[in-house]
Design a protein around this ligand. Sequence first.
Ligand SMILES: Cc1ncc(COP(=O)(O)O)c(C=O)c1O
Length: 362
Amino acid sequence: MSERIFNFSAGPACLPEPVLEQAQSELLSLGGIGMSVMEISHRSSIFGGIIESAENGLRSLMEIPGNYRVLFLQGGATLQFSMIPINFLGEDDSADYVVTGAWGKKAAKEARREGTVNEVYNSGDGGFRSIPVDDELSFDPDARYIHFTSNETIEGVEFDRDIDGSGVPVICDMSSNIMSRPVDVSKYALIYAGAQKNIGPSGVTLVIIRDDLLDMVPDDQHTLLDYRAIASKGSMLNTPNTWGIYIIDLVCKWLEEMGGIAEMAKINRQKAGMIYDAIDASDGFYSGHADRKARSMMNVTFNLPTEDLEKRFTAEAAAKGLDGLKGHRSVGGIRASIYNAFPVAGVTALIDFMKEFRRTNG
Ligand SMILES: Cc1ncc(COP(=O)(O)O)c(C=O)c1O
């Protein structure tokens, strides 16, 4: 098959076609050097230009203030679940975790190996369908940090706002909604994101960390787990994911051409709104997993009346070129992941399919 299909995968997810085309055109010879980005030294001036450009692209799109460092790490967002407490949570310390889904739960589990974790909010009993309002959150002023997940990819619940830590450092896992809408980076002490949803391929993790957190890193830290050491070497303490960083650079350039993050946020709201409208207009044939106020703009999760129908739905959709709609194995149902690079035409195709499926099976 040479035709592209509509890829609703939650991650690794679809990348912008112009990015894939450019990467393809530069695969044999990047900028006329006769080699690909995967075949050159990470110490070469050409790669130096790429990592600098990727960082500048992120800085300009996200308006990252000067007192933050931008790092490209490995180990996925999952390693950040551990690296954060290893660096910032001593055994006599505590941290506040806001748990709104499976990823936040995993992050809290790793943190417990290092110190005390206070789950100030956990919506697990209700099936992770909700996002707390500010009044439901009360933070310990002595907590070393607050951790939350801005978008829970599996359940499809998303914060539509930044959290105010009133002086306590706020750390956020933005893996599945980074650069999908504007955020005020200055409200965060550390932001991290596995790249494979909104910013690039898997194997590279973005960390945006405020300078004062680097001073909190203990002195005897393992080198590759030490944010300060990694920052001091410009993410080149060891060989970074050169390919991944190159793609992030191209994605940033594409985002700039699309008009930036605010423009992208409008399109994302439009795309998600179209699917939620279709769910709400289906007389209960389709039922959304998330509470209305917690609905994710990136991962739309919903159920059909029976598991059998859900199986048939994903199989028939795949046969029509709508792939990756099966919900995560832990929650079942359907999940349509519609990150920045996912086209409006794919959303329209899904809605047409939903209407037709309901007509023939409702
Ligand atoms: C919100 C969130 N956090 C963390 C992860 C884990 O990321 P990784 O596979 O890069 O370790 C994921 C993966 O889907 C995710 O969606």
